[in-house]
Design a protein around this ligand. Structure first.
Ligand code: MLT
Length: 266
């Protein structure tokens, strides 16, 4: 797995051995790059798929200081990874927190982006109640580790009932990609709760854009994607059947079809 170092932090990423156009995949919270395995399997030969582990997750370092984590710091890490791959512009596909990071990347370095996929995400920041819940979760992760939050997410809002009832392997897969250090959880929660409002970026987007969302996403329900879609002229919307918040692993064929449609149109 290639690694770079930025500000003393080691960052790992995977990249497929392809001469095709580059696609940068940004995972959500509290996941890692393995989230994108079904997309790499389907698209990794035709596209140069770059899948980083954000700081705090997977094989990347997880600094203890939560103040080091922000959507901007994640975005600058991604820019450093694109530089390391000698990629000037990539299609960027971010799921949930990965979408928040994608907005930050778009704000800081729009010249590095030639297409956008926002999966199961939103542009608005947390409400004050949401921020308070994140702080409680940080305190609890500090006290007892992240297991309770993994149980809460996998048993609750992250997967659709259909997935929980019919796809035990996907439930296991979701659990596996959440096996990350406490410092990564705490740092990402800090970044999430302090993230800015990115709504104003939507009408300014001028690259091909796809919004994709699980039809039963309980964290970022389809109306949120419909609303973002209505604010980005020429954008596409795909609602993925039988899927919750992790639409790319719950219904990979439908997700990949929508993604391939956008990428094929570039
Ligand atoms: C994610 O999947 O990245 C999280 O659900 C994001 C969030 O909790 O806001």
């Amino acid at each position: 797995m290639p690694q770079i170092e930025r500000n003393g932090v080691k960052l790992s990423y995977r990249v497929t051995d392809s001469d095709g156009p580059p696609v940068l995949f940004v995972h959500g919270f509290p996941l890692d790059s393995a989230l994108w395995d079904p997309q790499i399997e389907a698209l990794g030969e035709a596209y140069r798929c770059i899948t980083p582990d954000l700081m705090g997750f997977g094989d990347s370092d997880a600094p203890d200081d939560p103040d080091r984590y922000s959507m901007d710091s994640y975005a600058y890490d991604l820019i450093a990874i694109l530089d390391d791959c000698e990629v000037e512009r990539a299609a960027v596909c971010g799921l949930s927190m990965g979408g928040y990071v994608t907005f930050a990347l778009l704000e800081r370095a729009p010249e590095r982006v030639n297409a956008l996929v926002f999966a199961d995400t939103r542009a608005e920041p947390d409400t004050p109640e949401g921020v308070a819940t994140r702080t409680e979760q940080q305190d609890r992760v500090r006290a007892e580790g992240p297991g309770f939050l993994v149980d809460l997410l996998v048993g609750g809002p992250v997967l659709s009932d259909h997935t929980r009832e019919h796809k035990p392997d996907v439930v296991e897969q979701a659990r596996r990609v959440m096996d990350n250090p406490a410092a990564g959880f705490i740092g990402a929660l800090e970044a999430i709760k302090l993230r800015p409002d990115s709504s104003e970026l939507l009408p300014r987007i001028d690259v091909p854009t796809l919004f994709v969302v699980g039809e039963n996403d309980a964290i970022t329900p389809p109306e949120i994607s419909r609303d973002m879609h209505s604010r980005v002229s020429g954008s596409q919307l795909a609602v993925v059947p039988d899927a919750g918040h992790l639409s790319n692993i719950e219904s990979p064929a439908a997700f990949n079809g929508a993604l391939a449609g956008l990428l094929g149109s570039l």
